[in-house]
Design a protein around this ligand. Structure first.
Ligand code: GLY
Length: 393
């Protein structure tokens, strides 16, 4: 019996399915067939160099069988490669193949590949279809769903210092389909998988507030199987997390900034996390500095702890919420403290560079009770500092 799962993102004429399961990459053929009938004759495939060749080969075999010429570009995903220079070279590559408006872009990789491929698709000829084939747990449960695309911008500040502003340039561009083949997760190292778990834990901590009450308890019940990446549990973990994300996106596709809720809740841990993620000296293991810099999920894990402790300071949140979070993160092998942080003043300033900040305020997502969070823009600076103090090793 097939163990495949699917979740629909309900966005009317921009709606799409997320296909989940072992071996579901083969379903790309059924996704491409109607595109071929509408005239698609080329595909541009952006591949993460860490993905085993067999998956890219499978895409080539499928496109060839349909009479679609595929052209592959490979990148090694790093935050610095997620740049305007890479974007330009990808546009030049795609244009050189004669890619038409009905030809698809296919992203095979993690969040960086998906974001870059998605932004190329959103802007080339004012928009061509994109199919997201996420190969990391993080991109399966978060980045590939919901249409956020873009790249980072490196800026020089008036004092001559440089900052890497993550995802500052981008567009909402919903995919035609997301194909999350669980078999691709086998190629990930433990640290990458744990980083993906961080976004799942984030979903657990907002779940009750967005109509997915059972998610946190389900994850706690299955924490051993999840932390050991039991294959049978992975498909259900992805399905449950994608279902939460899909429902949040369906109600707030473009992250309406006047709402102080909706999609913004998915940023739990992110505003604190972004402030530390681009600090290149931070290691998730104080005894092993060579592991620096932090992976995104590690920064989010630390950011969620900081947000809980900031909420205790600002609004008297029950400390048990943060204690439970810490115990789950530790079980999942994620960091809850980090050494080498700069001053609180520097960190709060970095938060205000986050794109979720408005002119005079820093927006943060803080818990109000178990499984519920809210967005606030008036958290006292002392509370934000208390958050950073709590994760300072
Ligand atoms: N990763 C947050 C969002 O997609 O809105």
């Amino acid at each position: 019996m097939s163990n495949d799962r699917s979740v629909h993102v309900d966005l009317a004429d921009r709606g799409y399915d997320i296909l989940i399961g072992s071996g579901v990459l083969s379903k790309l053929e059924a996704v491409l067939k109607p595109m071929h009938s509408k005239g698609a004759r080329r595909a541009f495939v952006l591949v993460d160099s860490g993905v085993p060749d067999s998956f890219a080969d499978q895409i080539t075999t499928i496109t060839q069988s349909l009479g679609i010429d595929s052209s592959l570009a490979t990148i090694t995903p790093t935050e610095s490669i997620k740049s305007i220079q890479t974007y330009q070279s990808l546009l030049e590559h795609i244009a050189s193949t004669g890619h038409s408006r009905v030809d698809p872009v296919i992203a095979l990789g993690g969040g960086i590949v998906g974001d870059l491929a998605g932004f190329v698709a959103s802007s080339y000829r004012r928009g061509v279809p994109v199919i997201q084939c996420p190969t990391t747990l993080l991109s399966m449960v978060d980045a590939s769903v919901g249409g956020k695309t873009g790249f980072n911008l490196r800026i020089t500040n008036p004092d001559g210092s440089e900052d890497l502003l993550k995802n500052l340039v981008g567009a909402f561009w919903q995919p035609q389909c997301v194909i999350a083949d669980i078999n691709t997760l086998d190629s990930l190292d433990l640290r990458q998988r744990r980083s993906g778990l961080s976004e799942c834990i984030k979903h657990g901590f907002i779940s009750a507030g967005v109509g997915h009450e059972g998610l946190l308890d389900w994850m706690i019940q299955h924490l051993d199987a999840i932390s050991s990446f039991d294959p049978a549990t992975m498909a259900e973990l992805v399905e449950r997390n994608v279902a939460l994300k899909a429902s949040v996106v369906a109600l707030d596709e473009r992250e309406d900034t006047s709402k102080l809720g909706g999609r913004m809740l998915l940023n739990f841990g992110h505003t604190f996390g972004h402030a530390i993620e681009t600090l290149e000296n931070l290691s998730p293991d104080p005894s092993n500095p060579s592991l620096a810099p932090l992976h995104h999920g590690e920064a989010v894990a630390l950011g969620m702890v900081a947000a809980c402790r900031a909420a205790e300071h600002a609004s008297g949140l029950d400390p048990e919420i943060g204690n439970e979070l810490i115990s789950i993160l530790k079980h999942a092998g994620l960091p809850v403290q980090v050494g080498g942080l700069p001053s609180n003043q520097d960190l709060v300033e970095r938060m205000s560079h986050d794109k979720k900040a408005t002119a005079n305020t820093i927006r943060v997502v803080i818990p109000t009770s178990r499984g519920k969070c809210i967005v606030v823009e008036d958290a006292p600076v002392e509370s934000l500092e208390a958050g950073f103090d709590a994760i300072r090793a």
